[in-house]
Design a protein around this ligand. Structure first.
Ligand SMILES: Cc1ncc(COP(=O)(O)O)c(C=O)c1O
Length: 223
């Protein structure tokens, strides 16, 4: 069972008791649970709980790309059960050998107190953007049934926006790009649950740009 929490594209986390039940159910059926916790450092509400709390047989995946701001450095880590270490070593030697020395030195600097202070300030900045953009999307007519608690995404329902392409995320994102200069990603990239209705917004951009995008979409939807 492969899960991501917080998830891309919804920015929501699996509730701890629910995750525990998933791990127990998968274990009872002889399976393994692998949880991508790449966005866990970017949690805004409850204190996040790692899936590792639910047993030594759980695998977690993590990355320096998001909280540590090292997107593109190709550096991450796995926590694996002891019994899997030898097999994962064989895989990693053949697929990867090792991370570049440059990336490893940069990652060490992530744990300096002054660097961690910057990450914490960034996390709070993301929280402020979330607190701005979710109500703003709702006031533009998008459906956002839950407030995302992590990552930097909102997965919004387009069915009720005032636009001829409402409910058609491909056509709507095309119009937003060409008629308003605002880029969002249509749901088709993210799975099978009504992808034609949903769009993903990323708020990994400056607050002022989010405000500009909201103004432009307001104009587009009032035509
Ligand atoms: C859930 C999730 N995991 C991992 C990644 C990418 O991590 P990396 O840059 O380490 O490949 C992303 C990037 O969008 C993501 O959304």
């Amino acid at each position: 069972m492969l899960l991501a929490s917080p998830s891309n594209p919804t920015g929501t986390s699996i509730e701890p008791d629910e995750l525990r039940r998933i791990v127990e159910t998968v274990r009872a059926r002889g399976g393994s649970t692998i949880v991508d916790e790449t966005y866990q450092g970017l949690s805004y509400d409850a204190q996040p709980v790692s899936a590792l709390s639910y047993g030594d047989d759980v695998v977690t995946v993590n990355s320096f790309s998001k909280y540590f701001n090292m997107t593109g450095w190709r550096l991450g880590w796995l926590v694996v059960p002891h019994a899997m270490v030898s097999a994962v070593e064989k895989l990693s030697q053949n697929l990867f050998i090792c991370a570049s020395a440059l990336a490893q030195h940069a990652a060490l600097a992530c744990f300096e107190p002054e660097t961690l202070a910057i990450y914490e300030a960034r996390r709070l900045e993301f929280k402020q953007r979330r607190d701005y953009i979710v109500p703003a999307l709702r006031s533009l007519g998008f459906g956002a049934p839950v407030v995302p608690d992590g990552a930097f995404y909102v997965y919004a329902d387009t069915a009720s926006v005032h636009h001829p392409a409402a409910g058609n995320s491909d056509a709507l994102t095309h119009s937003m790009l060409h008629d308003a200069g605002v880029v969002l990603v249509p749901g088709a990239d993210f799975g099978f649950h009504a992808p034609e209705r949903y769009i993903r917004l990323s708020y990994a951009t400056a607050h002022s740009k989010l405000e500009k995008a909201v103004r432009r979409l307001g104009t587009l939807f009032s035509r």
